[in-house]
Structure formats: structure tokens, C-alpha cells
Write a protein that binds this ligand. Structure first.
Ligand code: NI
Length: 132
């Protein structure tokens, strides 16, 4: 039962798109990740996924109909600024991205069973989240 300093934890790893675990709450986990560039389109059949932006600006892409406001090329981008969070509901296809070569720091809150890239296997897929 010790206080966890999030800023300090972010200094303990550098690899992009590789979540690291800082806490477990029942069957949920708190992860930190450094994101840069584009991830991979995927969905999680049985799990919601929370992204809280600690540093930078996250661009969360969703599939959209062409009539949907703010959509372009069948994609709707939700801008999540520093200090904001977004919940991606189970079953919803999403693709987290950053812009302008910015490294974005996020805190994730999700079930221990949540697979990194959900229904998709990709070279970016991580299967182990190291404790830091
Ligand atoms: Ni996801």
C-alpha cells in the first residue's frame, strides 16, 4: 500500500506501443503506455477500454458512416487532449494515433483479460505487460 507516482513510472520504459503495468484492481489493470504514430485497427469483443491522456494529444479513430459529422474517408477522429479520457466500448473498432511525431503518454484502465490488439494479430501486438 504505497503511493504510485505516475510521472516517475513513465521514466522506467521508453518503447512505444508497449504497455507497462503499475497496478491491479480486482480483475482490472492500470497500464502506462507511450504512443507515437499509428497503431492498428482492432476491437475487443468482451472488454471496454479506458484511455486517459497524461501528456500530449491522442487522436482516437473510429469507423464512421460518410454522413457522420466530423468524419473523413469513413473514419471519425475523436481528439482526446491532455487531462481528458475516453472509453472505447466493447466491440467498437478503434485505432489510437498521434500526430506530428508527438509521443503521447496514456494511462489505460482495462480488464486483465484484454488483449493488446484485440481480435487482430499484428507485429505490434504485445502479449506481456511488464510490471514497473
Ligand atoms: Ni484497444
Amino acid at each position: 500500500m504505497k503511493a504510485i507516482n505516475i510521472e516517475e513510472k513513465f521514466t522506467k520504459f521508453s518503447k512505444n506501443w508497449h504497455p507497462h503495468r503499475i497496478a491491479v484492481v480486482d480483475d482490472m489493470q492500470v497500464l502506462l503506455a507511450k504512443l507515437k504514430g499509428e497503431f492498428v485497427w482492432h476491437s475487443h469483443e468482451d472488454e471496454d477500454e479506458l484511455f486517459q491522456v497524461v501528456k500530449g494529444t491522442l487522436y482516437m479513430q473510429f469507423r464512421a458512416s460518410s454522413e457522420e459529422a466530423g468524419s473523413e474517408g469513413g473514419i471519425r477522429t475523436e481528439v482526446v487532449k491532455e487531462g481528458e479520457l475516453i472509453v472505447v466500448p466493447k466491440g467498437v473498432e478503434h485505432n489510437p494515433c498521434t500526430k506530428n511525431d508527438e509521443e503521447v503518454h496514456v494511462l489505460l484502465f482495462e480488464k486483465l483479460s484484454t488483449a493488446h490488439t484485440g481480435n487482430v494479430k499484428d507485429e505490434m501486438t504485445q502479449t506481456e505487460y511488464p510490471w514497473i
